[in-house]
Every structure is written in C-alpha cells, then in structure tokens.
Design a protein around this ligand. Structure first.
Ligand code: HEM
Length: 433
C-alpha cells in the first residue's frame, strides 16, 4: 500500500475533509507526493493525483475497476440504471448502443436547437449586478431538455423535472455528507419522499415517450436517437424503462456540470480583460458551426475546466488485488481520483493557478504534459456527452460575449465541492453591448 495515515489520523483527516475537502486533500497530496492511503478500519482508500496511476485505473487496466457503490447504488436508487450508474456487462451493452448517437455528426443536428435556446435565454437575461450561477443552471437545463425533447414541453412539466433533479441531487449530497444520519433519513420519510419524486419524474417522461411513439413523427432529438437505437446482437430497441433511465441520466449528467463550467468561465473572462478582448477578436461574426470548432473558444473553456473541473473528483473500486508502480493493494479498495489536484500540479502545469488559455492553443499541443487533463474523465467511460458539452458551451460563450459587456465585481466566488465543483455565487456586472 502507498504511505499514508493510520486509523486515528484517518479519522481526524476525514473530519477535516468534510469541512474543507479540497484544502485537506491538497495538504495530504503535498505531504505524500501525490498518492496516499486512508485507513478507516473496515474501509481503506487510496487517493491519488498521479497522472500515471489515474491513467492505469481509467484506461490501461480499466477492466479491473468498477465505479464505487456510492456512484452506482446511491445515485441509482433515485435515478435508475442508466450509463452513469451501472457497471460491467450491462454498462458496456448500453454504452455501445448509445455512443453512436453522441458522435459529432449526430450532435450537429442539435446545434440549431442549442442556438435557439441560447438566444431565447439571453433575450430575458437581466442586466446589472447579478449572480449568474442560477441563470447558467437554468440555461444548461433548458439546453439539455430541448435537445432531449425537441417539442414544446409545457412550463409546468419543465419545472417539475427541474425540481426533481435539484431536490434529488440535494438529498444525495446530504446523505453522502452525513452517512451517520442514514437511519434518520429513512425514518423521517425523506428517502421515501425522494423515491416518490423519482417515480413522478418517470411518469412525466413515460407520457412524453408515449405521445412521441403515437405521433409516428421524427423530431431529430436525443429522444428519437434513444428510441431508434437497436442492440447489435438482437436488433431490438431498449425497453421503455431503460429509455427512461437513460433520459434521467442525461438530464442529471449534462446539467450542473455544464452550468458550473459556464459560470467559472464567465467569472475568469470578466476578471482577465486581456483574455476577453483576445477572445472577442478571435470570434467576431462566427457562425454557429464555426463557433463549435473555434480554437480560441475551446482553449478558454478547457483552461477554465482545468482550474475548476466540474467533475473535480471521481473514484473506482478494484475488482481483484492489483499493483501499480511498486505498491500493491487488495481487491475492494476504492481509489479516489483527485482531478482538481492534478490540474493544479506544478509538475505538469507551469504557473498552475493562473488563467492562461494559450496553454491549450493548437501550437502548444506538444508542450503540454500528456495524461494530466481529465475534465471529462478518461478511458472507456469518458463522458459520452463531451462533444455535446463543448459545442453548447462554445455556442453560448460566443453569443454571450458579443451581446453583453461582462465586468467583475469585488465579490469572488468560492468553490463549493459537492458532487460537482459549484461556485457559491458568481456576482458580475452585465450590460447590453
Ligand atoms: C462541462 C460539462 C460536462 C462535464 C465536465 C462532464 C464530465 C463527466 C465526467 C468526468 C464523466 C466521467 C465520470 C467517471 O468516469 O467517473 C462523465 C460521464 C458522463 N457524462 Fe458527462 N460531463 C459534462 C457534460 C455532459 C453532457 C452534456 C452529457 C449528456 C448530454 C453528459 C453525459 C454523461 C454520461 C451519460 C456519462 C456516463 C458515461 C459512462 O459512464 O459511460 N455529460 N461526464
């Protein structure tokens, strides 16, 4: 096992970590040179920000690793069994089925929906001194729901689905942070209430699916893609409950991650005027398609996700005893992948805390250290929506910076590392351009 903390030290660390997850992990990474063990008696964990180790777990030896029960069973209780919350053969079967629907040529068909959603959203964006975070949350939700269902979904239904996601997510976080209260959440009926919410969301989605099937029409959206997909071996489509599971997963996976990335990006650009000016000059008058392939936009978004990776951490559980770089560890151990730490590690990123989009310029491709950047994870479980996410963020950013002046305020956001890396608030001055 790698060096690390004994049982008593681990208990103290865990307490500290609940209060300050990122700071505590950074301190430990510094002390143990990027990989350390936590010993909680029956549960032992390894935490790492070593790019070689992360690559080994996610890619080279991925067959020996599953996501931990927290990511699968806990989340799956409310969201069902979709790509994000399953492991093993079933995951592979679903991934093979759904992956073609997220290829670049398929995502293309959604650009017009995304652009219209962005334009409608910006038409009602308030100006003045505002916290942009809740607005980015709303926008990311509108984009994902319109891309799933390219029809007029009534506002009441949208609100119900949005409330469901927010409430279930808030509950999962509470449950994860206070596992010792699990018995109380059950007894007080909170678990039941959230299961009921999940049931209601499923009824809403089932109705939309049935209406679609009865209409016999095509809408070129993600729902069509899910309904038309056929398993290679049987030629059969998904069962209706499987379609609902995958829709719930897309709603949850594609929503807050994007909202976080966009909020941090606006904050960084507002506070780095030279970068904002350069970006405006490089993106003047671009069409939607051009925006999605524009290097300057991609570089800014990537640099923002390097500093504030929305998925700041992930985990994997070893299925058999394994070894990496001279140390061994037993089956069942959970390995915490600390992407935030790696993204700010000075061994791989010069001036790690500075916002320097040029690092991601094409001409600097050779200068960057490999395997040190994981905004969308890596290996076979790489984010299936990564092309979609990059395209929607580019389309939004291009439109936003040419429609509005965005200025900083004296209030700076604090990262709030829950399931994703949310900013507590992003206060900016917004003026029509
Ligand atoms: C900036 C936005 C996004 C970020 C940073 C992000 C990040 C990630 C990461 C890190 C993973 C891998 C998790 C792990 O290996 O433990 C993941 C998986 C996933 N993401 Fe994203 N994501 C984003 C947007 C989206 C969007 C827009 C969609 C769908 C439209 C989506 C759908 C998924 C799905 C279904 C998975 C599970 C894939 C699998 O396990 O096979 N994501 N995402």
């Amino acid at each position: 096992m790698p060096a690390g903390y004994n049982f008593l030290q681990s208990l103290v660390r865990t307490y500290k970590q609940v209060k300050n997850p990122i700071g505590t992990m950074e301190e430990s990474m510094e002390k143990f040179d990027g990989t350390y063990t936590v010993d909680l008696g029956t549960r032992r964990l390894i935490a790492t920000q070593d790019p070689g180790f992360i690559d080994y777990v996610l890619r080279t030896n991925h067959k020996n690793y599953h996501k931990s029960p927290i990511q699968t069973e806990e989340l799956g209780r409310f969201l069902g069994k979709g790509l994000l919350t399953v492991n093993g053969d079933y995951w592979l079967k679903q991934r093979r089925l759904i992956q073609p629907g997220f290829h670049l040529d398929k995502i293309h068909a959604l650009y017009a929906i995304i652009k219209k959603t962005v334009d409608d959203f910006l038409a009602s964006l308030p100006t003045g001194r505002i916290d942009v975070y809740p607005y980015m949350h709303k926008l990311a939700f509108e984009i994902v729901i319109n891309s799933l269902f390219n029809i007029k979904v009534p506002q009441e239904t949208r609100d119900q689905l949005s409330d469901f996601i927010n409430e279930v997510q808030a509950f999962v976080i509470k449950d994860l942070r206070q596992p010792y209260k699990s018995w109380w959440f059950k007894l007080s009926g909170e678990v039941e209430k959230n299961l009921q919410r999940s049931g209601n969301a499923r009824v809403i989605i089932r109705d939309i699916i049935n209406t679609r099937k009865q209409s016999g029409q095509k809408f070129n959206d993600l729902l069509d893609m899910l309904l038309d997909a056929r398993y290679e071996d049987t030629g059969e489509p998904m069962h209706e409950d499987q379609v609902i599971d995958e829709i719930l997963i897309v709603l949850i996976a594609g929503h807050e991650t994007t909202a976080n990335a966009l909020s941090w990006t606006l904050y960084l650009l507002a506070n780095h005027k030279t970068e904002m000016t350069k970006l405006k000059a490089a993106t003047q008058g671009l069409t939607v398609n051009e925006a999605t392939t524009n290097d300057a936009l991609a570089a800014v978004i990537k640099e923002s996700m390097r500093l504030y990776p929305p998925a700041w951490i992930s985990d994997r559980m070893a299925l058999t005893d394994d070894a990496y770089n001279g140390f061994t560890y037993p089956k069942g151990i959970v390995i915490i992948l600390f992407y935030y730490g790696l993204h700010r590690d000075a061994r791989y990123w010069p001036e790690p805390d500075s916002f320097i989009p040029e690092r991601f310029a094409k001409e600097n491709d050779d200068k960057r250290k490999p395997k040190a950047f994981y905004p969308f994870g890596g290996g076979p479980r790489l984010c299936i929506g990564n092309n979609f996410a990059m395209a929607e963020m580019a389309i939004f950013l291009q439109t936003m910076i040419h429609s509005f002046e965005i200025d900083p305020t004296e209030i700076h956001p604090k990262p709030n590392p829950l399931v994703t890396l949310r900013p507590d608030r992003v206060m900016l001055e917004i003026k029509k351009a």
